[in-house]
Design a protein around this ligand. Structure first.
Ligand code: MEV
Length: 430
């Protein structure tokens, strides 16, 4: 396609088949790739991924449109069971285009591997000995994966922390800082930590227990921000000026920033978007969840992962920063047939680029949620999509889905029983 704008107006109005055709053209997918996307994961493929497989479990893969990130258009594959998430992300990305979209950055893709050392008498002295042997330990760590070292990654540094008060007494924790390049890196880091254990015991005089990656990947951060002219936020149909909507968003954020009860829900909304892309690309969404929530609590009080305010020009400005341990090689990212194609649709070239795109999606999802909550309330948009699901469950097909759903919404009665009655009225001969 000559124009690779991700602003696909009216995309949602097409049939699923037609949407796939548009995406295939946009992302240059071959016929067999389109067929793979339609087919999804087979039992035989699943059987190679986990144990005791009996079937595969399908989830919808939707495409969020309109994303402009660092001046480039992206179509965003999202795998999620919850209605309104894909629509919300697309809507927020359209609002962000009224500014110049999202701007993102990320740190080097460094993970932390932890080695727990117990039974040390003089912890500060053992700590110092380990740090004095830094080079030797890093060389040994790098011998474990020459491929990643050749690609520019590998062991970067050591940190040693003393935990004086634990339920098992004092302990020394060695951190191996490891640049994972385009891999998520869990296996590589775990292997390196395993390999270091005997030498760490020798140097420290203690005994090593755990050697495992930390999911609080606070050296692998992604950031996104956006600035939106307030006029773009106006909702005349709901009686709100842009300024009022912006104020509502800032007030909603202030609530999350101050209150962990609200922050948990606020961040859940962010993770709606983040997890959906992490899942679509075959990455470990539990690792990302763990890192995000631990990072949100890093000050000692759990708080919002985003910030919202107004800049000197009056624009609504939002930002997000969180750990995003995602890869584009290894694990399911290449083994899962549709994950591989999700990465192709995204067109990301590095794990860092993927993390940045995901951060922008998280920020967009948060904007969509708190804008709706602060203005018309989340229920209305949700109701429309929920009504469609109730209509389908009641047996509606084709254009009847929308007709039944519209009646349910108009009557404000989204119940399976009422859906069946309406369906009966609309199809008396059935
Ligand atoms: C629902 O899945 C997510 C929201 O609750 C997020 C939020 O409250 O900000 C709408």
């Amino acid at each position: 396609m000559a124009d690779r704008s991700s602003r696909l107006s009216g995309f949602y109005r097409h049939s699923a088949k037609e949407r796939l055709r548009i995406v295939a053209e946009w992302a240059d997918l071959a016929e067999d790739e389109v067929a793979t996307l339609r087919q999804g994961l087979s039992v035989a493929q699943g059987d190679k991924m986990i144990e005791n497989v009996v079937a595969t479990h399908g989830l919808p893969l939707g495409i969020a449109t309109n994303f402009l990130i660092n001046g480039r258009g992206y179509l965003i594959p999202m795998v999620i069971e919850e209605p309104s998430v894909v629509a919300g992300a697309s809507y927020a990305a359209r609002l962000a285009r009224a500014g110049d979209g999202f701007w993102t950055e990320s740190t080097e893709p460094e993970m932390i591997g932890q080695i727990q050392v117990l039974g040390v008498d003089d912890l500060p002295a053992a700590r110092q000995r380990l740090l004095d042997n830094r080079e030797r330990l890093l060389v040994l760590a790098n011998e474990q994966d020459p491929v990643i070292v050749r690609l520019g990654g590998g062991a970067r540094d050591l940190e040693a922390r003393i935990l004086n008060n634990t339920h098992a007494g004092p302990m020394l924790i060695l951190h191996l800082i490891y640049d994972c390049r385009d891999a998520m890196g869990a296996n590589t880091v775990n292997t390196a930590c395993e390999a270091l254990a005997p030498l760490v015991e020798e140097i420290s005089g203690g005994r090593v227990r755990l050697r495992i990656l930390s999911n609080l990947a606070d050296r692998r951060l992604a950031r996104a921000h956006t600035a939106i002219p307030v006029e773009a936020l106006a909702r005349p149909e709901d009686g709100f000026s842009g300024k009022e909507v912006a104020q509502g968003i800032v007030e909603a954020w202030a609530f999350a920033a101050a209150d962990p009860y609200r922050a948990a829900t606020h961040n859940k909304g962010i993770m709606n978007g983040i997890d959906a892309v992490v899942l679509a690309t075959g990455n470990d969404w539990r690792a990302v969840e763990a890192g995000a929530h631990a990072y949100a609590a890093r000050s000692g009080r759990y708080t919002s992962l985003t910030q919202w305010g107004r800049d000197v020009e009056g624009n609504l400005v939002g930002s997000i920063e969180l750990p995003l341990a995602v890869g584009i090689v290894g694990g399911a990212t290449r083994a899962h047939p549709t994950a591989k194609l999700a990465l192709k649709i995204l067109g990301v070239k590095t794990a860092r680029e993927l993390a940045q795109v995901i951060a922008a999606v998280g920020l967009a999802q948060n904007l969509a949620a708190i804008r709706a909550l602060a203005a018309e309330g989340i229920q209305r948009g949700h109701m429309r999509l929920h009504a469609r699901q109730v209509a389908i469950a009641a047996g509606a097909t084709g254009e009847l889905v929308d007709r039944v759903a519209a009646r349910l919404v108009a009557e404000r009665q989204i119940r399976p029983g009422r859906a069946e009655e309406i369906l009966g009225e609309l199809t008396p001969e059935a």
